[in-house]
Design a protein around this ligand. Sequence first.
Ligand code: ATP
Ligand code: MG
Length: 584
Amino acid sequence: MTRTPIAKRAENAARCNMPSYAEAVANFSWENARKQLDGLPGGGLNIAYEAIDRHVAHGRGGVRALRWLSADGRVVDYTYDDLRRQTNRFANVLRKIGVAKGERVYSLLGRAPELHIAALGALKAGAAFCPMFSAFGPEPIRSRMEIGEARLLVTNAALYRKKVEAWRAELPSLRHVILIDGADDPANGVHDYRRLMAEVSEEGEIAATGPQDFALLHFTSGTTGKPKGVVHVHEAVVAHHITGFYALDLRPGDIFWCTADPGWVTGMSYGVIAPLTNGATLLVDEAEFDADRWRRTLQDQKVNVWYTAPTAIRVLMRAGAEAWKGCDLSALRLLASVGEPLNPEAVEWSVEAFGKPFHDNWWQTETGGIMIANFPSMEVRPGSMGKPLPGIEAAIVERSGDSVRVVDKPMAMGELALRPGWPSMMRAYLHEDARYRKCFVGGWYLTGDLAMRDSDGYFWFVGRADDLIKSAGHLVGPFEVESALMEHPAVAEAAVIGVPDPLGGEIIKAYVVTKTGLAHDEALQRELLGHGRKRLGAAIAPKTIVFRENLPKTRSGKMMRRLLKARELGLPEGDLSTLESDER
Ligand code: ATP
Ligand code: MG
């Protein structure tokens, strides 16, 4: 799988926030990272202050903080001072209607500035904020609000009526619903956002939160099972800021586009917090994914840094690199990807399409921020996740009972482990203490992902521990097989699972989505089987290939191999509340 590394020009590397990885690692301390932020004027730490008010205090209130592109073509700008005043108002609204410190404020909204205002305003009021993806159905919404004992929900009239109203009375913790566009019925705990915002002052104190106070509740994607509620605290902002600075190279004035929805941890940590603490302008697009719109947005908005996900990149690849010819992307400095393994093919494709590679980085809801990255100043090794952030110790380990052994041998497979202690590390799985404690063994946090490290310290993703396949005496990660299939010009996307073999072990089965217009016939099947054998050798090549129109994914765009496997084996399908398409 080793491809030619993509080197960096020295003069470009020198201009990056982190010109030298070795130097940054040698000089790093979390204490110094904390000093890049101000802290609350009266002491304490609050994410929203660092994201917004700090810039205003330093005379940058007139800088554009957020540009919203509405689905119907409007462009609305907010300066840092606009955001300061709006979030003050929202915090005052929460105080007025009686939301206490640490209580949970939820949102169920599309990508609109009211979501950013609610999130940062709730943090200013000292509440904990939990964003929910607006495409969820009533059940996943209800279970998330029950787990977090939601006190208040910010949504719109249509979503409220369709997904919440029917069961609202059964959730006694939920006292208030605020509708950003809706009818006012205070007697029944339904309030009009605009009225509430107009009734309060645009000035106000920020709650005196401390670094360890509960700030954000995020649910995991539910790729491997029932989503977990992950608790983060205010000092997470130190990691958001420094990882945005190093891994995404964010600079004041940058136009930054994170395509993840703020309903997920990426969309909150990097779609809201990190770009603001770094003084960038964040671009928020209300519309759903559309390749032409994305091309226009990158060009017309002069995006400097683009952070997206493999699932979107693979769709863009289907149209070929030619689709980008004639697009003026001269402003685009960095392309980054997260969420799933990025196939080497995709990295090479981006060089062809954009003249620049995608920079993969790795993290989880639990880690709260980027942990491993292809830093902009380093050469990119296609297929590798990169190197650990300064301040992060990562290792490949092997579990044995109650202890772990660090595996030093280059390119030996083991579980990816991190030494706990960085500020954005989760503080709990809400109401699942035993599960939380199980993640820590022998002084390490075990991520549940398998990986390898090469002799230069680059990490290579193998697969989730749950997805590992045992085939003919080999341990095979689905990513390697899927990436090999992706190299074939007919393949747009692939998912690979192990199916128990009567002779012992598992045989490898691949589900393949082809590029549009190709016949799903036996000839192509044979060709792909042959391609697999040639690329991977008979032992780990797929033995069966089936064509599919779509692959099951979570709503955050991750391949749900567990569902393919459950269906293959006729087993219970488990929690499907986060399944993207309604193919139940
Ligand atoms: P759940 O924990 O509910 O099963 P999930 O693990 O998909 O869902 P997230 O926290 O959103 O929930 O995703 C983190 C996981 O996504 C990582 O543990 C890893 O498996 C995968 N991932 C994220 N980034 C990368 C990457 N760059 N390369 C490979 N895998 C990645
Ligand atoms: Mg997970």
